[in-house]
Write a protein that binds this ligand. Structure first.
Ligand code: PBG
Length: 346
């Protein structure tokens, strides 16, 4: 029977009269939405405190806690304050944190990134003592450490020199693992970065440190507030020769496959909300955990709209995270981690 017949609009000319009364044939999916309990029963995606990683920014000094102007509720903290935040995160049941360093000195290569008493190195040691149960993830990149703000060493053309940058990434990975990182997360989108970091870690007896590769990272406008927080805006040009073109998905699948082949333990897709199709396709393709990074601009948009009274902050937060999980994220890096964990605890 045709749809128009089922809807009681009368039979198509060659079909004769309907065999059953039309109301009998209308599909009624609303049946399962009638009460809150029914909806809970059939809900496919549930957020849990286990789903979140909290990104943190660490600065020099003591008792420092500066709010990032474009990210209300997000702070740049000195190691002592960061340790308090980590304790709170642990008490809220968040499994882990990812650290970004904002060093005092920058140079053309970003040497502070692999200094034994670097800012992230000290933070990792402190967290290991204060909150040993938290998973400690260290971001590996140079944009916060270079005076030009690019994610590696520059060549004569002012482009990032891939292979020279790999050597520094190895140094950074070893240094941060020495300091207690359990996961290193290379975010610079250099070719071959996973293989070279894996080999360097293994040789330095860090075979238990895992690699969470930012395998699929787009050249995105949504990183703006992060660059305010980390002081990592490129002094010239952009990151389009290493980060991916937002228009593309084929190369996302290629990057993901390459990184798994090179030994990545987990992959990341970043940003999250505008790239849910990419997340789903990567998730379907690989057999390692895949996470998504709900980045600074995604957070800032929700906060800004909420501050204007244009959107409900709590509902938008919950919906955005639920949808990222539904699209395939095994876990989510989000500046909402603590707020969401508090809600789920209640
Ligand atoms: C460093 C890095 C960036 C982010 C995480 N690691 C920024 C960039 O590529 O400029 C962005 C995270 C965010 O926006 O929240 N390469």
């Amino acid at each position: 029977m045709s749809f128009s017949a089922a809807k009681g609009m009368g039979p198509a000319p060659d079909e004769g009269p309907p065999l059953l009364p039309p109301e009998f044939l209308i599909e009624r999916p609303r049946r399962l939405r009638r009460t809150p309990a029914l909806r809970r029963l059939v809900r496919e995606t549930q957020l849990s405190r286990d789903d979140f990683i909290l990104p943190l920014f660490v600065v020099e000094g003591s008792s420092v806690r500066q709010e990032v102007s474009s990210m209300p509720g997000v702070f740049r903290e000195s190691v002592d304050k960061l340790a308090e935040t980590c304790r709170e995160a642990e008490q809220l049941g968040i499994p882990g944190v990812i650290l970004f360093g904002v060093p005092e000195t920058k140079d053309s290569e970003g040497r502070a990134a692999w200094s034994t008493d670097g800012i992230v190195q000290r933070a990792l040691e402190r967290i290991e003592r204060a909150s040993p149960g938290l998973v400690r993830i260290a971001d590996l990149c140079f944009c916060e450490y270079t005076d030009h703000g690019h994610c590696g060493v520059l060549d004569d053309q002012h482009d990032v020199d891939n292979d020279a940058t790999l050597e520094n990434l190895e140094l950074q990975a070893i240094s941060l693992s020495d300091a207690g990182a359990q996961i290193v997360a290379p975010s610079g989108m250099m070719d071959g970065m996973v293989a070279s970091i894996r080999a360097a870690l293994d040789e330095a007896r860090h075979d238990q440190v895992s690699i969470l590769s930012y395998a699929v990272k787009y050249a995105s406008a949504f990183y703006g507030p992060f660059r305010d927080a980390a002081g990592s805006t490129p002094a010239f040009g952009d990151r389009a020769t290493y980060q991916m073109d937002p228009a593309n998905v084929r190369e996302a699948l290629k990057e993901a496959a390459l990184d798994v082949d090179q030994g990545a333990d987990m992959l990341m897709v970043k940003p999250a909300m505008p790239y849910l199709d990419v997340l789903r396709r990567v998730k379907d393709k690989v057999d390692v955990p895949v996470c998504a990074y709900q980045v600074s601009g995604e957070y800032a948009m929700i906060l800004a709209a909420a501050q204007n009274g244009w959107i409900d902050r709590e509902r938008a937060m919950r919906e955005s995270l639920t949808c990222i999980k539904r699209a395939g994220a095994d876990f989510i890096l989000t500046y909402f981690a603590r707020d969401m964990a508090r809600l789920l605890k209640a």
